[in-house]
Design a protein around this ligand. Structure first.
Ligand code: FMN
Length: 190
């Protein structure tokens, strides 16, 4: 059984990112899945206090739900983040989560990570309206590789465009097929 974290960074309760996480969770039934809808949690930005640096394990001085998630991020086999595109980039909430991976940063270690568990998988699924698809795909492929900081070494990214309305992803059979493929990849052995 694989430990898989699914993050929904959208503020829209019935939005596309929410539907994407629900669908992945459905496909991943039987795995150890943690679905984290950021809008339902206390998620604060990094304080840049650096108290987490030069440590063997991932600790954060903050007492919020992102700090509480760090042990699960260390122990997981895979993580998938579903984010809307806002102003050509992942939204602030998704960026906040990635910045809170600073406790994993260790400059002298492999991949600059203090993780005890390399080989994780990381996926980023972005929903948007009309941003140029080629640029957005390159941006998302580059962004997801930043998750090497938490021990990810295998990456996938998907861009679903032309779905501005909440939940519109559910009407796109082509996108749903790609999500089924992503779920199969997330639970497969690396
Ligand atoms: C503040 C804001 C900025 C946005 N910026 C972009 C953008 O730059 N490019 C784009 O294609 N869509 C943009 N959109 C549209 C969203 O990406 C789109 O509605 C997406 O499906 C939302 O995902 P969600 O349903 O998971 O919240 C923006 C939406 C908002 C609210």
């Amino acid at each position: 059984m694989k430990k898989i974290i699914l993050v929904d960074s959208s503020p829209r309760r019935a939005g596309n990112s929410s539907a994407i996480v629900d669908m992945l969770a459905n496909d991943l039934a039987g795995e150890d899945v943690l679905a984290f809808h950021m809008r339902d949690h206390d998620c604060r930005p990094c304080l840049a206090c650096a108290a987490c640096q030069d440590r063997e394990t991932q600790t954060c001085v903050q007492k919020d739900d992102v700090a509480a998630l760090l042990p699960a991020i260390e122990a997981c086999d895979a993580i998938a983040i579903a984010s809307p595109i806002y102003n050509q980039q992942i939204n602030s909430q998704a960026k906040l989560l990635i910045e809170r991976l600073y406790p994993f940063f260790h400059i002298g270690r492999k991949n600059m990570s203090n993780t005890a568990k390399f080989g994780k998988k990381a996926a980023l699924v972005c929903s948007c309206w009309g941003s140029p698809r080629d640029v957005t795909e390159r941006y998302c492929a580059w962004t997801v590789e930043g998750l090497s900081q938490m021990g990810a070494e295998h990456f996938r990214s998907l861009v679903f465009d032309q779905i501005p309305e909440a939940g519109a992803v559910l009407g796109r059979a082509d996108y749903l097929a790609r999500l089924h493929e992503l779920a199969a990849w997330l639970k497969a052995d690396a």
